[in-house]
Design a protein around this ligand. Sequence first.
Ligand SMILES: Cc1cc2nc3c(=O)[nH]c(=O)nc-3n(C[C@H](O)[C@H](O)[C@H](O)COP(=O)(O)OP(=O)(O)OC[C@H]3O[C@@H](n4cnc5c(N)ncnc54)[C@H](O)[C@@H]3O)c2cc1C
Length: 167
Amino acid sequence: MRTVSVEELQHIESLIRSCPLCYVGMADEQGVPYVLPMNFGYEEEVIYLHSAQEGRSISILGKNPQVCITFCTEPRLVWQDKEVACSYRMRAESVICHGNVSFEEEYDEKVKALDIIMQQYSDRAFSYSAPAVKNVKIWKVPIDKVTAKEFGVPGTKANLYKDRKVF
Ligand SMILES: Cc1cc2nc3c(=O)[nH]c(=O)nc-3n(C[C@H](O)[C@H](O)[C@H](O)COP(=O)(O)OP(=O)(O)OC[C@H]3O[C@@H](n4cnc5c(N)ncnc54)[C@H](O)[C@@H]3O)c2cc1C
């Protein structure tokens, strides 16, 4: 694997930012996978997530903080010949990130993370009540490894970012 260029990194970041949600995969002590759809924020090679203080995901992450987070752009159905089933494709790009979750406990850092998450969904500035900030669990995932892949494009452009390590 090689490190991708700044242009490729910027493209991957734009893919992440274009997604409304992500899928967070984790594995419990027995290796049983558990994947959750979640909202997110992204800034400077870190994915931010938020949740309740307790639940199955929190229990799993307490034992194994490794996660695999997948993003997929809005897919579009394309075809070369409308009559031929095997010429149909889904055109989309997807990104897979690996990293370890740490929970942010510091109040001001939690507010910063909430701002980053809200910026993914709105241009507005928000304020948060102190109890809401205290009650929310903030997940920080510095990205250790990322790959991206393009689908549904005929020819050599497909798989443009396959198996390239970025961070
Ligand atoms: C579009 C979307 C965005 C979301 N964004 C967030 C977010 O930003 N933060 C957040 O905390 N949650 C979010 N959720 C909900 C999230 O997917 C989980 O349901 C939630 O985090 C609770 O997870 P838990 O492990 O604590 O579940 P628990 O409450 O411990 O769940 C108990 C059991 O319920 C089942 N279960 C839990 N979640 C789901 C699910 N999503 N679908 C089907 N079965 C389930 C599992 O089998 C689990 O063992 C989102 C859901 C959707 C659909």
